[in-house]
Write a protein that binds this ligand. Structure first.
Ligand code: ATP
Ligand code: MG
Length: 428
């Protein structure tokens, strides 16, 4: 096939370029990463590898974040030690990963430092012939297998210098996201890289390099071919990053939403008011994350899905409608690529149905307080507050607080009465 042959040719040319390129090395005097800044456990691991004669580089997001003056969330180390050798050096090391073995070094408080042997992007043709999964490589190859240049920098504990094979230092200085290698190849090999480009652009306010950007338009449909479980993992990372709004803004701009959220993504593309509403909900979500708030997973996802759920609930207003079934069926029929686990979906649905009641109650002054007995009532009360106030009002039940405030009688007690037909109490 022509496309496979030309992909193969491009790959070979890239490989040649990789093998001949010398890195830029910035010595300690010319970069801002001091050992004082580096996480002490990460330093311990780097030093121990180095003492035993291995190369030991801090890599990926941690180097990027230090250079951007942010605090890294996790620490990855690359080395020429093989997994078995790493295991022998650290009593607290656990080997993980089936296809590519790497070590997790565990520290107090659940902290994990990930140590991986240098590896290369697997070459499908070569690996088939060798019938092996061995993808170990050189530092060169390890840099070039990474996604964007600012994630491809190494901090070398032997010399305290930064090693740049991929032009990442220049892109850090320009705040630019640039795919390493040929964007079409790299997106085809792993379409999640499109997501990652947008994630880092959203988090660090990066502009996209021309090819990195234009190729998103021609390759975005490939995101829908990724495993739904993996896409859910990616979405999870972004749902509490504090940058969910900016990321969704970019996803929308680049037309990615339908490829991950199916018809829900198309709904947001077609209905700009609902998308604007979504962005304001996500800005409440981000504000809560940045203030150290601890929303549960289904509370976060309830905000993401609310504009779409609201639309469906407003279309099924006849009495006695089985809203749970209607929403469940609607979710299934959207053909989302992201696989939202059933239990999570069920919690979102139950929460949002109560939120819908709450919003109506606020308009009519009539509330069914028996809803308080439902398991998801406290979550709904918080989500209600995020939707209406943009933050969670203080107190155990923010919804009730707002309701009582609006519909209070002079005595301070809620207004009540009896339905003339049924003689049941109405609490207002
Ligand atoms: P974060 O701050 O979210 O942890 P990160 O860049 O460190 O950002 P990780 O998922 O921790 O992201 O990945 C660590 C490193 O592994 C990245 O910096 C990048 O170099 C490399 N990487 C991760 N995913 C890919 C991918 N799909 N393709 C190529 N390289 C990747
Ligand atoms: Mg990381």
């Amino acid at each position: 096939m022509k496309t496979t042959a030309s992909l193969e040719k491009k790959r070979k040319i890239e490989k040649m370029k990789i093998e001949t390129r010398a890195p830029v090395v910035l010595d300690r005097a010319h970069h801002p990463i001091s050992r004082k800044k580096i996480d002490t456990d990460a330093l311990k691991v780097l030093y121990r590898l180095h003492r035993h004669g291995f190369k030991a580089y801090l890599v990926g997001g941690a180097v990027r974040d230090y250079l951007l003056e942010k605090t890294p969330k996790d620490f990855d180390i690359a080395t020429d030690a093989r997994p078995g050798q790493i295991k022998k050096l650290f009593a607290n090391a656990f080997l993980v990963g089936r296809r590519f073995r790497l070590a997790h070094i565990r520290f107090k408080g659940g902290k994990i430092i990930e140590v991986a042997t240098f590896r290369r992007e697997p070459d499908p043709a070569e690996d088939e012939r060798k019938d092996s999964n061995n993808t170990f490589g050189t530092p060169h190859e390890d840099a070039f297998r990474r996604d964007i240049t600012i994630n491809g920098l190494f901090y070398d504990i032997a010399t305290f210098s930064i090693i740049d094979y991929v032009g990442g230092l220049d892109d850090i200085a320009r705040l630019r996201a640039r795919i390493i290698g040929d964007p079409a190849n790299r997106y085809t090999e792993d379409p999640v890289r499109i997501w990652r480009v947008l994630r880092h652009a959203a988090r660090s306010n990066l502009t996209l390099e021309e090819g990195t950007e234009s190729t998103i338009f021609s390759h975005r449909h490939l995101v829908a071919t990724c495993s739904g479980a993996r896409l859910f993992e990616e979405l999870n990372k972004d749902m509490h990053s504090g940058f969910t709004g900016p990321l969704m803004g970019l996803m929308h701009h680049y037309g990615i939403l339908p490829f991950i959220l199916g018809d829900i993504g198309s709904f947001f593309e077609a209905d700009s008011d609902s998308f604007t509403r979504l962005l304001s909900l996500l800005s409440a979500l981000d504000a809560s994350a940045n203030a150290g708030g601890v929303l549960s997973q289904h509370e976060r996802y309830s905000l993401l899905f609310w504009p779409w759920v609201k639309q469906i609930l407003s279309d099924c207003n006849q009495r006695g409608a089985d809203k749970i079934k209607i929403l469940n069926d609607a979710f299934i029929n959207t053909h989302m690529t992201v696989v939202v686990p059933k239990a999570l979906r069920s919690n979102i649905i139950q929460t949002l149905i109560i939120v819908d009641y709450m919003l109506k109650a606020m308009e009519t002054g009539r509330m069914r307080w028996s809803l308080k007995k439902r398991a998801r009532y406290p979550d709904a009360s918080r989500v209600y507050s995020l939707i209406v106030n943009g933050h969670i009002l203080e107190g155990r039940d923010p919804f009730e607080k707002s309701f009582r405030r609006k519909y209070r009688t002079r005595t301070g007690r809620p207004r009540g009465g009896r339905n003339k037909k049924t003689n049941k109490r109405i609490d207002r």
